[in-house]
Design a protein around this ligand. Structure first.
Ligand SMILES: C[S@@+](CC[C@H](N)C(=O)[O-])C[C@H]1O[C@@H](n2cnc3c(N)ncnc32)[C@H](O)[C@@H]1O
Length: 399
């Protein structure tokens, strides 16, 4: 083999930050890249990564790893930097949130290692944060390091992933090339979206267990799920006017001369008890029967509302209204890190394996850790199929 062929056949190398269980990394590996170093500080995710992808992952807080401890000379740096601080799901998002500055760790490593290309992934909320100032700040920070930077909002469903999942991709290169993003292949006027049913329909009635089990000649791993799905709940038997009750409680509280703050302290609540005494802005709430009894002991009020407030009965939950059920004949809703939706059979939530399939992890990719931590690893990941398509575009930039 001549030297030029050897150089051509040499795999492009990748280092990966905030790697989690490795959705993004696996996509790059599948596209022919060699991952030489990875990092995360979530022990279960690191175990999953090691057993499925490779033991090049280091379990450590990135803020404690010096650049000197990271290998040099890799071509690409990946990093799905943490998004909690950025997310619109988190009402406290702010520039001050120290998690927002974990991207600065990525910035430091790009500055010190100078990869040819970097790829960062984040939640959609990043684009609207602080009226767009955060994304501008990030782009300008990376540009200052000599990178040509672009970003794009992508929806996984448009790339053949059976899931609506909008994420921001940021790509930068310092080799004077145009950044490339994969082109949508699925959707209206293109190949049809891949549905939830096509993806996990065959597991519909399979026994729930974390032990491997056989189904249609295949071994199914991690088909374990949360089963806290109830179609009944204890609800108030009688219809009551919330304003009347709140007015009534306010009157008795005034008579007793006790502040809402004091009530909060007595109940050990913060900001909750105050709602019992409001009426104007519809934000009031009626106390539950136990709290009602305690309030009665404090205010010694009459029994005008006792029956109405404290009588409960078992009621049906209207599933579609109160609990999210996954779409069956369209791509799934976003698989999140906090816990999946209810499976359309209504007996359980989606299993770890079903979530993994919707995130396009291969069937033999096995997850480790507690049930909650397995859901978390999967919900955090970049869908493997999307990652692979991103990786192929990165290859196009480099070749
Ligand atoms: C959005 S997830 C990344 C998922 C990953 N890209 C994938 O495709 O599977 C972010 C990860 O950052 C990790 N992380 C957060 N803060 C960290 C820190 N200080 N040091 C190392 N890892 C950290 C979390 O444990 C989490 O696994």
């Amino acid at each position: 083999m001549g030297l030029s062929t050897k150089i051509k056949n040499k795999k492009l190398t990748v280092a990966s930050l905030f790697s989690g269980c490795g959705g993004l990394d696996l996509g790059f590996k599948n596209a022919g890249f060699e991952i030489i170093w990875a990092n995360d500080f979530f022990p279960d995710a690191v175990e999953t990564y090691k057993k499925n992808i490779g033991d090049h992952i280091i379990l450590e807080d990135i803020t404690k790893i010096k650049s000197l401890e990271i290998p040099d000379n890799f071509d690409i740096l990946l990093g799905g930097f943490p998004c909690q601080g950025f997310s619109i799901a988190n009402k406290k998002r702010s520039m001050e949130d120290e998690r927002n500055f974990l991207y600065r760790e990525m910035w430091r490593i790009i500055k010190d290692k100078k990869p040819k290309i970097f790829v960062a992934e984040n939640v959609k909320g990043l684009l609207s944060m602080e009226g767009g100032a955060v994304i501008e700040m990030i782009i300008s920070d990376f540009k200052k390091l000599g990178y040509n930077v672009d970003y794009k909002l992508v929806n996984s469903a448009d790339y053949g992933v059976p899931q609506q999942r909008e994420r921001v991709l940021i790509v930068g290169n310092r080799i004077n090339k145009e950044n490339k993003f994969p082109k949508p292949t699925h959707g209206i006027g293109k190949t049809s979206y891949v549905t939830t049913k096509e993806t996990i329909g065959h597991l519909k009635n399979l026994w729930i267990s974390n032990n491997p089990q056989k189904s249609n000649g295949k071994i199914i791993y991690n088909h374990i799920a949360r089963v806290n799905v109830h179609d009944k709940f204890w609800g108030r038997k009688n219809n009551i006017n919330q304003h009347d009750v709140c007015d009534y409680l306010k009157e008795w509280r005034n008579k007793a001369g006790i502040s809402t703050k004091k009530i909060d302290e007595m109940f050990g609540y913060s900001y909750t008890a105050g709602h019992w005494f409001r009426k104007d802005n519809n934000s009031g709430s009626i106390p539950n029967p136990n709290d009602w009894k305690k309030l009665k002991e404090i205010f010694n009020f009459d029994s005008k509302f006792d029956k109405l407030v404290t009588e409960l009965e078992l009621k049906d939950i209207k599933f579609e209204q109160s609990l999210r059920i996954n779409n069956w004949d369209s791509p799934s809703d976003t698989i999140t890190a906090t816990g999946p939706e209810i499976h359309p059979n209504k007996k359980r939530r989606m299993s770890v394996r079903e979530c993994a399939m919707i995130q396009t992890f291969p069937d033999d990719f096995i997850f480790y850790g507690s049930l909650g931590n397995m859901y978390k690893q999967i919900g955090n990941a970049v869908p493997v199929l999307l990652a692979e398509k991103i990786a192929k575009e990165i290859k196009n930039i480099l070749e």
